[in-house]
Design a protein around this ligand. Structure first.
Ligand SMILES: [Zn+2]
Length: 257
């Protein structure tokens, strides 16, 4: 039986409330047997932690760049104490989002501060991170260096150039290939899925987001893996085996703590 992991799904999102057992069953029927569930802000930490009870779920706790401006010193303390309490948790979803061109330099600074703070924490506690990156690769690399962050993790929903992907790989990140592949016009994501070494990639949906007019679910990892196999002219089994190995390597860093 084929085994796949959805390395980025927001299963604590209200879009899934009440239906979670069915969503997980439908995913498992497609071979998706493991789920990495990131938080986005201190308001959803408890909902994410509650999912840690499910054996196939691995959690991440962190403050997403969209919530960087509202993040308080108290939120960072809360995060640090929860990460100590849950030694298996990764740090995420953290990162930088410079997509909105109207952002001020102060807003960028606030995001960078919030990101660096969490990178330092992740380094200290030896946890991989789940990283959001929109139009911010060079600032991300700078922050990783400045924070002396070496634990690696996943650059999720990758949408940049091959050069940017290689830069992130060099800095210890696996590239998260996801639902953008379901859109035949998403050229950069297809280019990455086709050309990057398979040993540097993992699969994800970013459920419930990313699809127009419909709720995305982890079962779609199967479709993403199939498209990747077609693009690379290799078998679905090979895509599954190598991407599983990649995620196992990252998970091993927390289970050895
Ligand atoms: Zn996300």
């Amino acid at each position: 039986m084929l085994k796949l992991t959805d390395t980025h799904c927001h299963l604590a999102d209200p879009a899934f409330s009440n239906q979670l057992p069915d969503i997980l069953k439908a995913a498992q029927a497609q071979g998706v047997h493991r789920f990495i569930v990131p938080a986005t802000c201190s308001d959803d930490f408890q909902a994410v932690i509650a999912l840690d009870e499910i054996p196939s779920v691995h959690i991440a706790l962190g403050i997403h760049p969209w919530f960087a401006e509202a993040a308080s010193e108290q939120d960072f303390h809360h995060l640090a104490s929860l990460l100590k309490q849950y030694p298996q948790a990764w740090v995420g979803e953290i990162g930088l989002d410079f997509y909105d061109k109207e952002q001020t330099p102060e807003q960028h600074e606030k995001q960078i501060d919030c990101f660096c703070h969490q990178l330092v924490l992740a380094e200290r506690l030896r946890r991989p991170v789940i990283m959001h990156n929109l139009k911010a690769t060079s600032a991300i690399v700078e922050a990783v260096k400045k924070s002396r962050f070496t634990q690696g993790g996943i650059a999720h929903a990758f949408s940049g150039s091959l050069e940017e992907a290689q830069l992130l790989i060099k800095n210890g990140f696996k590239i998260g290939i996801g639902s953008l592949l379901l859109n035949p016009t998403a050229k950069k994501a297809r280019q990455a899925a086709q050309n990057l070494p398979l040993k540097d990639m993992v699969l994800e949906t970013d459920s419930p987001f990313m699809l127009k007019n419909t709720v995305n679910t982890p079962a779609n990892v199967r479709k993403i893996a199939e498209i990747m196999a077609q693009l690379r002219h290799i078998s679905l089994e090979e895509v599954a085996a190598v991407t599983e190995q990649n995620i196992e390597t990252l998970l091993a860093t927390v289970s050895s703590i």
